[in-house]
Design a protein around this ligand. Structure first.
Ligand SMILES: [Zn+2]
Length: 118
């Protein structure tokens, strides 16, 4: 058995290894693999169905997962093609929220003005 990220052999007693990753952990690993599209990412994605169904057993070092799923490492790995949909979405959310607030505010002012005219 080898670490799915660094491909080094791991043994069953190795305490630095996640032997039974939780589904949530696997899904997050897959999503980072998709973002990165690097060598390890492609290897992981090739086995995606097997991993999700539990047919493919996955093990990885805690440290490998930590560095693999760190956004900072993606930024500093020098890849420019990586996008961060969730970051962008958050910004959009804040923007549209502000817009809604502004719209509400200007609407309230208009209503107020109309009331005053009557
Ligand atoms: Zn590893």
């Amino acid at each position: 058995m080898e670490c799915i990220i660094c491909e080094k052999q791991v043994n069953n007693a190795d305490k630095s290894v996640v032997h039974k990753p939780r589904p949530q952990g696997l899904i997050s690993l897959l999503s980072y693999a998709e973002k990165r599209q690097d060598k390890a990412g492609k290897r992981i994605l090739q086995q995606k169905d097997g991993i999700l169904s539990g047919n493919v057993k996955v093990k990885f070092h805690y440290n490998c997962r930590k560095s693999y799923t760190s956004l900072q490492n993606i930024v500093y790995s020098g890849r420019r093609k990586v996008n961060f949909p969730e970051v962008i979405n958050q910004r959009l959310l804040v923007k549209s929220f502000r817009l809604i607030l502004e719209l509400c505010a200007s609407f309230a002012i208009k209503v107020e003005q109309r009331k005053n005219k009557i």
